[in-house]
Design a protein around this ligand. Structure first.
Ligand SMILES: Nc1nc(O)c(N)c(N[C@@H]2O[C@H](COP(=O)(O)O)[C@@H](O)[C@H]2O)n1
Length: 170
């Protein structure tokens, strides 16, 4: 069964980057993964003052609104680094909050899909043909957490450590 998530107040809403689960990365506090992700568009760019504005944004929607404005001011390597930034934020979120980590692990091997009607990159888009990069990252993080927690490794599909490593590298 595929698990679709999007709205924070709907089932599996804790998988959304808009969920109110703060993270600390490199000694900096971020209210949500969305704040962290949007702010990093401006790290090393032409308008670094936007970082503080996004960090202080009252809601993840406001953080996204600021972050999406002025794409010409984003760092030049944004397309190269955005997947890693997102992965780092999502991994930190699920490593920092035991309650949602348990929810994530309880999904077993189910496919996770961000059911965004507008986003064909991070989500599946209106017709569900999108790339679902956020869902893929959350599934990767689920696997990563199992690696870090030996008691969960029995849930991995492959039988040997070598096979499991190969799966992750590929
Ligand atoms: N809950 C929610 N509401 C929205 O309005 C959204 N667009 C999303 N999707 C998230 O938006 C982020 C991508 O932003 P950019 O388009 O790269 O500026 C990413 O966190 C998606 O998961 N979610």
């Amino acid at each position: 069964m595929t698990i679709y998530f999007y709205k924070v107040d709907a089932p599996f809403g804790c998988f959304s980057n808009f969920s109110l689960h703060p993270i600390w990365i490199d000694g900096v506090y971020w209210q949500t993964v969305e704040h962290y992700y949007q702010a990093h568009k401006f790290v090393g760019g032409k308008n670094e003052s936007a970082i503080a504005k996004i960090r202080k944004a009252k809601t993840p929607a406001e953080a996204a609104q600021i972050g999406r404005a002025c794409p010409h001011q984003w760092r030049s390597d944004w397309d190269l680094v955005k997947l890693y930034i997102m992965w780092e934020g999502v991994l930190t979120k699920f490593m920092s909050h035991a309650d949602i980590q348990a929810i994530l692990l309880s999904t077993g091997e189910e496919i996770l899909v961000e059911d965004s009607p507008v986003d064909y990159y991070w989500g599946c888009g209106e017709d569900r043909s999108g790339l679902n990069k956020l869902g893929q990252i959350i599934m990767n993080v689920r696997q990563e957490i199992r690696w870090r927690k030996p008691e969960h490794t029995w849930q991995l599909k492959s039988s040997s450590v070598d096979e499991q490593l190969t799966e992750l590298v590929l």
